[in-house]
Design a protein around this ligand. Structure first.
Ligand SMILES: [Mg+2]
Length: 434
């Protein structure tokens, strides 16, 4: 991918200086120092802080620095597997797979980078992983250990801003706009966070810094593992242009297929499609695609106390027509939503489902309970009734769905969720669900 980017010799020289400062142990205590100029403030470069080069392209927008948000996405590297390798030194350097039983229907939850070299990845069946790498070491997840590290990591993140939005046990968005108002740079915060995580947990995290969630998340993935990457506003469009559309948030396999049939492969292709064409093809989602192709993503970072709902949704490569399959899919999502509620320390009173039909018409159906809901069982119990309301028998137009979603809203904070009662074990169970 680097081949697409013009190198900037000046910035590279500057980077080398950063590298020297780092080796000398010089602290990054002066935010105005040139060594931090890869940050979002007034910079025209996109620095690769992992030492693999830097890039520069002409300014493409002239937003005032004060209008620009500073978003960091932090993502632990191969999280479950890394915790196992940390706690069991004999596993270091080995292909380690945390997940379900390779002899059964289990799936890979996380695998070490050594295992990834064999083509193994998350969500692959454990049986397939074993056939790719027979010598791999298979471990069952130890969720309590991972939750403990997660609490530590989220605690570190909250030292820098109250605006921390965990996405799962091992990744979160931070909005550090306010923290940077007095001249501290977002990249400095990201660098410090990575160092603290490593020092305090013995594990590495990658971080991306940019002006919205879409780009911060793509940036954290850019130099994984153990990387830091910054996409300043003037670099956003060029950074996105060569990426395949499937990398974009909200673009699932079904959408990718449809986009490919429209000869849209890269984000640049998507940018060249007209707004009208995208809306005609994808409805409201088309508008989202139109905007993200231009690096526009106004979604706020939502800390759990401001959050209105916790949910998940999935677009299917082939429309689902069998109500039994729809229900099973919704129940699987209920487990994911319950796990997410646990991470966020939340519970709710309303369970809703969302269904999108082949004509892109979208409906939601909700059930509000007198009890607070946070366990999978409780969410699941609402699903048959909601599905029956969403897909009434005898309506052929809406008999199949291209998307389903489950959400819990009416949220309240759960002060103390007992760690080992049912709910969180669902994360373990989820490993064997597929
Ligand atoms: Mg991760």
């Amino acid at each position: 991918m680097d081949g697409d980017l013009a190198l900037c010799a000046g910035r590279q020289a500057e980077f080398r200086q950063v590298g020297r400062a780092r080796r000398d142990g010089t602290p990054y205590s002066t935010p105005s120092s040139h060594v931090l100029s890869g940050d979002l403030e007034g910079s025209t470069s996109c620095q690769d802080l992992s030492g693999q080069g830097s890039t520069r392209l002409p300014d493409q927008r002239s937003e005032k620095a004060s209008d620009v948000r500073k978003i960091i996405h932090v993502d632990m590297d191969a999280f479950f597997a890394a915790v196992e390798q940390r706690d069991h030194p004999e596993l270091r350097g080995q292909p380690v797979i945390v997940g379900g039983d390779p002899g059964g229907r289990g799936v890979v939850a996380t695998c070490s980078y050594e295992a990834r070299r064999f083509g193994i990845h998350s969500a692959m069946t454990a049986a397939r992983a074993r056939s790719l790498c027979p010598q791999a070491i298979f471990l069952r997840p130890r969720m309590e250990a991972y939750r403990e590290v997660s609490r530590q990591v989220m605690g570190i993140l909250r030292c820098y801003t109250p605006l921390v939005e965990p996405l799962s046990l091992d990744e979160a968005f931070l909005d550090v706009t306010a923290a940077t108002a007095d001249g501290v740079l977002a990249v400095q915060i990201a660098r410090e966070i990575r160092a603290r995580i490593e020092r305090e947990t013995g594990l590495t995290a990658s971080a991306g810094v940019s002006y919205n969630k879409l780009l911060a998340k793509l940036a954290s993935d850019w130099r994984k593992p153990n990387g830091l990457f910054v996409v300043p506003p003037e670099r956003g469009l060029a950074f996105l242009a060569p990426l395949s559309v499937g990398k974009l948030h909200g673009v699932g396999p079904a959408t990718v297929k449809k986009l490919l049939s429209m000869e849209i492969h890269t984000v640049l292709d998507l940018r060249n499609a007209s707004r009208e064409a995208l809306i005609a093809q994808f409805g409201k989602a088309g508008l989202w695609f139109y905007e993200i192709a231009r690096g526009i993503d106004l979604r706020p970072v939502q800390p759990s106390h401001q959050r209105k709902s916790v949910g998940t949704e999935r677009t299917f490569p082939k429309n689902l027509a069998d109500p039994q399959v729809m229900l099973a899919t919704l129940q699987q999502m209920a487990g994911q939503v319950a796990a997410r509620l646990q991470v966020l320390g939340l519970a709710g009173r309303t369970v809703s489902i969302k269904a999108r039909f082949p004509d892109f018409a979208t409906i939601t159906r909700a059930h509000t309970d007198a009890q607070t809901i946070w366990r999978t069982e409780a969410i699941s119990a609402c699903l048959p009734g909601l599905l029956a309301k969403a897909i009434p028998a005898g309506l052929p137009v809406h008999a199949s769905v291209r998307l389903l979603g489950v959400a819990v809203s009416g949220l309240v904070n759960v002060e103390a969720v007992p760690p080992d009662t049912g709910q969180m074990n669902l994360l373990e169970d989820a490993v064997d669900l597929r």
